[in-house]
Design a protein. Structure first.
Length: 243
């Protein structure tokens, strides 16, 4: 399971992040948007020329602020665990759209944000994916479960009290998004083919027989920062990351 650490501003204490990184080789860092908002005056010191060009091309003001804040969280997180300045960290994209840290092939990264929350998952032990949603988002009763759930998931949802179904759908949605990001597929994974069940202790895992034959084992987790958001992660431990 990836440890999660709350960081609401750049000048907070990064000790828990470094400890988790050293112990597990992966960490999920999340925080509120307000503490990570960065002024335009600081853009040149934080973003590379290529990143800056992309940022300035975002026309919607809210999207621009959130984009820059998420990059600030990412760069400070990487800087804290690697001992480099945030401005030395550059985010790029693989041809398929998966984010990558330029010049740092031993690291995997995933960014996610929703209203009020930013999160970054970082790993040196294998591919990682993360996704976040507001806990108040309503999914139950919209028909989405018929498009995104496996038959076993729909049966399990039907057995839940009506008041718990939305929370479970949010868990499933974020787990499938995180898994798809970890695979490098973005939204191209058919969600109705990737099913999840809960262990007795609440830990999510793939449905029995649901993983493709020969696929390395994935670790999944869901956390609820302050009860206001649902954040899920997917991590596949491999031998290609050396730290």
């Amino acid at each position: 399971m990836i440890p999660d650490v709350r960081m609401d501003r750049p000048d907070g204490s990064w000790g828990l992040v470094r400890e988790a990184w050293g112990r597990v080789g992966a960490v999920l860092v999340h925080g509120g948007e307000e503490g990570w908002e960065t002024s335009d005056a600081a853009v040149d010191g934080l973003l590379s020329p290529r990143e800056g060009e992309r940022y300035r091309g975002i026309r919607h003001a809210v999207a621009r602020r959130r984009h820059l804040a998420s990059r600030a969280l990412l760069k400070h997180t990487v800087g804290a665990v690697l001992g480099v300045r945030p401005g030395e960290v550059e985010l790029g994209r693989e041809p398929g759209g998966r984010p990558l840290l330029c010049g740092r092939p031993g690291l995997s990264v995933s960014l996610t944000h929703t209203r009020g929350l930013l999160a970054v998952a970082l790993s040196r032990v294998g591919p990682v994916g993360a996704d976040a949603e507001r806990a108040a988002r309503g999914l139950a009763g919209t028909g989405l479960e018929h498009r995104m759930c496996t038959p076993a998931e729909r049966a399990a949802l039907a057995e839940l009290p009506a008041g718990r179904r939305n929370a479970r759908l949010l868990e499933l949605w974020t787990l499938k998004e995180a898994y798809s990001k970890g695979l490098g597929l973005g939204m191209r994974l058919p969600f109705s083919t990737a099913g999840f069940v809960l262990e007795a202790d609440g830990t999510p895992r793939r449905e029995p027989g649901g993983a493709p034959r020969g696929e390395p084992s994935w670790e999944f987790a869901t956390v609820r920062p302050a009860g206001l958001h649902v954040v899920s992660t997917a991590l596949r431990r491999t031998a290609w990351c050396t730290g």
